[in-house]
Design a protein. Structure first.
Length: 175
Protein backbone atom coordinates (compact mmCIF):
# COMPACT_ATOMS: atom_id res chain seq x y z
CA UNK A 1 0.00 0.00 0.00
CA UNK A 2 1.34 3.41 -0.96
CA UNK A 3 1.15 5.76 2.02
CA UNK A 4 2.97 8.58 0.27
CA UNK A 5 0.81 11.63 -0.32
CA UNK A 6 1.43 14.23 -2.97
CA UNK A 7 3.02 17.41 -1.79
CA UNK A 8 3.05 20.74 -3.56
CA UNK A 9 6.14 22.83 -2.88
CA UNK A 10 5.93 26.25 -1.28
CA UNK A 11 7.08 27.75 -4.56
CA UNK A 12 3.95 26.56 -6.37
CA UNK A 13 1.70 27.35 -3.41
CA UNK A 14 2.99 30.92 -3.53
CA UNK A 15 2.44 31.08 -7.30
CA UNK A 16 -1.18 29.99 -6.87
CA UNK A 17 -1.68 32.34 -3.93
CA UNK A 18 -0.26 35.25 -5.97
CA UNK A 19 -2.57 34.48 -8.88
CA UNK A 20 -5.55 34.26 -6.53
CA UNK A 21 -4.65 37.68 -5.15
CA UNK A 22 -4.15 39.11 -8.63
CA UNK A 23 -7.48 37.89 -10.00
CA UNK A 24 -9.27 39.11 -6.87
CA UNK A 25 -7.69 42.54 -7.34
CA UNK A 26 -8.48 42.69 -11.05
CA UNK A 27 -12.02 41.49 -10.47
CA UNK A 28 -12.66 44.17 -7.86
CA UNK A 29 -11.08 46.79 -10.10
CA UNK A 30 -13.27 45.85 -13.08
CA UNK A 31 -16.38 45.76 -10.90
CA UNK A 32 -15.65 49.24 -9.55
CA UNK A 33 -14.97 50.61 -13.04
CA UNK A 34 -18.19 48.98 -14.20
CA UNK A 35 -20.13 50.76 -11.45
CA UNK A 36 -18.57 54.09 -12.43
CA UNK A 37 -19.37 53.69 -16.13
CA UNK A 38 -22.89 52.40 -15.46
CA UNK A 39 -23.51 55.45 -13.28
CA UNK A 40 -22.28 57.73 -16.08
CA UNK A 41 -24.48 55.92 -18.58
CA UNK A 42 -27.53 56.32 -16.32
CA UNK A 43 -26.82 60.03 -15.85
CA UNK A 44 -26.58 60.49 -19.61
CA UNK A 45 -29.72 58.42 -20.06
CA UNK A 46 -31.53 60.69 -17.59
CA UNK A 47 -30.28 63.83 -19.33
CA UNK A 48 -31.35 62.37 -22.65
CA UNK A 49 -34.84 61.66 -21.33
CA UNK A 50 -35.15 65.17 -19.88
CA UNK A 51 -33.96 66.67 -23.15
CA UNK A 52 -36.39 64.50 -25.12
CA UNK A 53 -39.28 65.71 -22.95
CA UNK A 54 -38.12 69.30 -23.43
CA UNK A 55 -37.97 68.83 -27.18
CA UNK A 56 -41.49 67.45 -27.19
CA UNK A 57 -42.63 70.49 -25.21
CA UNK A 58 -40.76 72.86 -27.55
CA UNK A 59 -42.37 71.20 -30.54
CA UNK A 60 -45.79 72.27 -29.34
CA UNK A 61 -44.69 75.59 -27.87
CA UNK A 62 -44.34 78.67 -29.96
CA UNK A 63 -40.52 78.80 -30.05
CA UNK A 64 -37.95 79.68 -32.64
CA UNK A 65 -37.16 77.09 -35.24
CA UNK A 66 -33.42 77.41 -34.46
CA UNK A 67 -34.04 76.45 -30.81
CA UNK A 68 -35.90 73.34 -31.95
CA UNK A 69 -33.07 72.35 -34.29
CA UNK A 70 -30.32 72.94 -31.71
CA UNK A 71 -32.17 70.99 -29.01
CA UNK A 72 -32.80 68.12 -31.44
CA UNK A 73 -29.12 68.00 -32.39
CA UNK A 74 -28.13 68.08 -28.72
CA UNK A 75 -30.50 65.17 -28.11
CA UNK A 76 -28.88 63.16 -30.91
CA UNK A 77 -25.40 63.87 -29.53
CA UNK A 78 -26.38 62.78 -26.01
CA UNK A 79 -28.09 59.69 -27.38
CA UNK A 80 -25.01 58.56 -29.30
CA UNK A 81 -22.63 59.38 -26.43
CA UNK A 82 -24.78 57.29 -24.09
CA UNK A 83 -24.80 54.45 -26.63
CA UNK A 84 -21.02 54.70 -27.06
CA UNK A 85 -20.38 54.55 -23.31
CA UNK A 86 -22.65 51.55 -22.96
CA UNK A 87 -21.13 49.73 -25.89
CA UNK A 88 -17.45 50.58 -25.47
CA UNK A 89 -17.15 50.62 -21.68
CA UNK A 90 -20.00 48.84 -19.91
CA UNK A 91 -20.16 45.71 -22.07
CA UNK A 92 -16.42 44.90 -22.06
CA UNK A 93 -16.19 45.57 -18.31
CA UNK A 94 -19.22 43.38 -17.69
CA UNK A 95 -17.67 40.56 -19.74
CA UNK A 96 -14.35 41.01 -17.95
CA UNK A 97 -16.03 40.82 -14.54
CA UNK A 98 -17.73 37.56 -15.50
CA UNK A 99 -14.44 36.20 -16.83
CA UNK A 100 -12.68 37.09 -13.59
CA UNK A 101 -15.30 35.17 -11.62
CA UNK A 102 -14.62 32.11 -13.79
CA UNK A 103 -10.85 32.36 -13.31
CA UNK A 104 -11.31 32.92 -9.58
CA UNK A 105 -13.35 29.74 -9.27
CA UNK A 106 -10.70 27.82 -11.24
CA UNK A 107 -7.98 29.08 -8.89
CA UNK A 108 -10.01 28.28 -5.78
CA UNK A 109 -10.61 24.77 -7.07
CA UNK A 110 -6.87 24.40 -7.71
CA UNK A 111 -6.16 25.64 -4.17
CA UNK A 112 -8.59 23.10 -2.71
CA UNK A 113 -6.84 20.34 -4.66
CA UNK A 114 -3.48 21.52 -3.36
CA UNK A 115 -4.76 21.56 0.21
CA UNK A 116 -6.21 18.07 -0.15
CA UNK A 117 -2.77 16.81 -1.28
CA UNK A 118 -4.18 15.36 -4.47
CA UNK A 119 -1.70 17.14 -6.76
CA UNK A 120 2.04 17.34 -7.23
CA UNK A 121 4.15 20.23 -8.54
CA UNK A 122 3.89 19.18 -12.19
CA UNK A 123 0.10 18.98 -12.06
CA UNK A 124 -0.15 22.34 -10.33
CA UNK A 125 2.24 23.90 -12.83
CA UNK A 126 0.22 22.59 -15.78
CA UNK A 127 -3.15 23.73 -14.39
CA UNK A 128 -1.79 27.06 -13.25
CA UNK A 129 -0.35 27.80 -16.70
CA UNK A 130 -3.76 27.07 -18.26
CA UNK A 131 -5.48 29.36 -15.77
CA UNK A 132 -2.92 32.15 -16.32
CA UNK A 133 -3.46 31.97 -20.10
CA UNK A 134 -7.20 32.31 -19.55
CA UNK A 135 -6.71 35.21 -17.13
CA UNK A 136 -4.30 37.05 -19.42
CA UNK A 137 -6.68 36.71 -22.37
CA UNK A 138 -9.56 38.11 -20.33
CA UNK A 139 -7.63 40.96 -18.72
CA UNK A 140 -5.78 42.08 -21.83
CA UNK A 141 -8.60 41.85 -24.35
CA UNK A 142 -11.24 43.58 -22.25
CA UNK A 143 -8.97 46.32 -20.96
CA UNK A 144 -7.83 47.09 -24.51
CA UNK A 145 -11.34 46.77 -26.00
CA UNK A 146 -12.78 49.18 -23.45
CA UNK A 147 -9.95 51.67 -24.15
CA UNK A 148 -9.46 52.17 -20.44
CA UNK A 149 -6.79 54.14 -18.69
CA UNK A 150 -5.66 53.01 -15.27
CA UNK A 151 -7.24 54.66 -12.25
CA UNK A 152 -4.25 54.29 -9.92
CA UNK A 153 -6.07 55.30 -6.74
CA UNK A 154 -8.91 52.86 -7.42
CA UNK A 155 -6.40 50.13 -8.28
CA UNK A 156 -4.55 50.62 -4.97
CA UNK A 157 -7.81 50.54 -3.03
CA UNK A 158 -8.91 47.35 -4.83
CA UNK A 159 -5.52 45.76 -4.14
CA UNK A 160 -5.87 46.38 -0.41
CA UNK A 161 -9.45 45.11 -0.38
CA UNK A 162 -8.39 41.99 -2.29
CA UNK A 163 -5.60 41.30 0.18
CA UNK A 164 -7.93 41.66 3.16
CA UNK A 165 -10.59 39.51 1.51
CA UNK A 166 -8.19 36.67 0.75
CA UNK A 167 -6.62 36.79 4.19
CA UNK A 168 -10.07 36.65 5.75
CA UNK A 169 -11.22 33.84 3.43
CA UNK A 170 -8.11 31.70 3.76
CA UNK A 171 -7.12 32.12 7.39
CA UNK A 172 -3.87 30.27 7.94
CA UNK A 173 -2.89 30.04 4.25
CA UNK A 174 0.60 31.17 3.37
CA UNK A 175 0.72 34.60 1.76
Amino acid sequence: MNTMTNYVSDKFRNFVWTEMYEIERVSRYYQELLKIHKRRAWILRGLTAILAASIAFLHFADTLFVVKIISSLLFLCLYFIEFAIGYTKVLPLSDASRGCVTVDSMLRELWRDIESASLDDDSVNFRLNQIIKTKDAIVTSHFVNAKLTEDRELNIRCAEEAKQSLLHTFQGASA
